[in-house]
Design a protein around this ligand. Structure first.
Ligand SMILES: [Zn+2]
Ligand SMILES: [Zn+2]
Length: 266
């Protein structure tokens, strides 16, 4: 849609009223004449008396119809509509179009960038499907990465893991976090980056959806924000069960305590 609001771009044979409207009995020609005057410099009061419309000026905008536009609904092929804007909101006329058949809404780019999204049933189903697909890809990528043996960890890694598990109050080796910027450990985010780059933690498929960006159906990899992810600890030890390994990683050998406190591990 063009961004300038121009009545000439609309087809006045395809209009509908959402409320009881004072304009409902007008022909398309009468409608266009009234609206042309409405969006001109003429005051609403003068407009109403010119066309003998018995309605209070302040509620007149509620009488404005929805008008069909050329765009078709991607789900059912019916025409999309826009609500004609009030005189003072003309620049927002194209913020959204909607389908009267299935309630699908298309927001303009500006509104999309502000986070507006359609909540119609079809869009929600598509989002749910995409989330399932994303989770599958995250799980597959993790499974393809072998876990690190506990015995091979450096002291620094052990400290970083202990600080991570303690700072984020982990209860197990999975779904740790997400990162807490109010953590008392000023190096926590650096630890997370380092642990991730050395393959000792992997993003969890149970991270919130906004952790991942731009994922499309059919993608086999994903982008994500490390500050938003929940993490799985990618360490194993054949002699220990998960619970024992977790306890050791969260509270490493007492001999390491001094070093840990020196690097502000809480
Ligand atoms: Zn539709
Ligand atoms: Zn929708």
């Amino acid at each position: 849609m063009d961004s300038e609001f121009d009545l000439n771009n609309f087809d006045f044979s395809d209009i509908l009223f959402q409320n009881d409207s004072i304009l409902a009995d007008k022909t398309p020609e009468e409608m266009k004449a009234i609206l042309t005057d409405y969006y001109s410099d003429l005051s609403v009061k003068k407009l109403l008396s010119k066309y003998d419309l018995d309605v209070h000026p302040s509620v007149f905008p509620q009488s404005l119809p929805v008008v069909g536009v050329e765009t078709k609904c991607p789900f059912d092929g019916y025409n999309m509509y826009i609500q004609l804007p009030s005189k003072t909101r003309q620049d927002e006329w194209n913020k959204k179009m909607f389908c009267l058949e299935c309630s699908h809404v298309i927001y303009n780019k500006e509104y999309v960038s502000l986070g507006y999204k359609c909540d119609c049933q079809r869009c929600q189903e598509q989002r749910d499907k995409l989330i399932d697909e994303l989770k599958t890809v995250v799980i597959e990528n993790n499974v393809n990465q072998s876990k690190n043996a506990y015995s091979t960890l450096s002291i620094k890694s052990i400290l970083n893991l202990a600080c991570l598990l303690q700072a984020l109050r982990a209860k197990s080796l999975i779904d740790v976090g997400p990162y807490d910027e109010d953590s008392e450990d000023p190096d926590l985010f650096d630890r997370i980056q380092e642990l991730f780059h050395t393959g000792l933690i992997t993003p969890s498929e149970n991270s919130s959806v906004d952790t991942f960006s731009g994922f499309k159906s059919g993608d086999t990899t994903y982008n994500f924000y490390p500050s938003r992810a929940k993490w799985n600890i990618w360490v194993k030890d054949d002699r220990l069960n998960e619970k024992q390994l977790f306890e050791i990683l969260k509270n490493p050998h007492p001999g390491l305590d001094l070093v840990a406190s020196r690097i502000l591990c809480k």
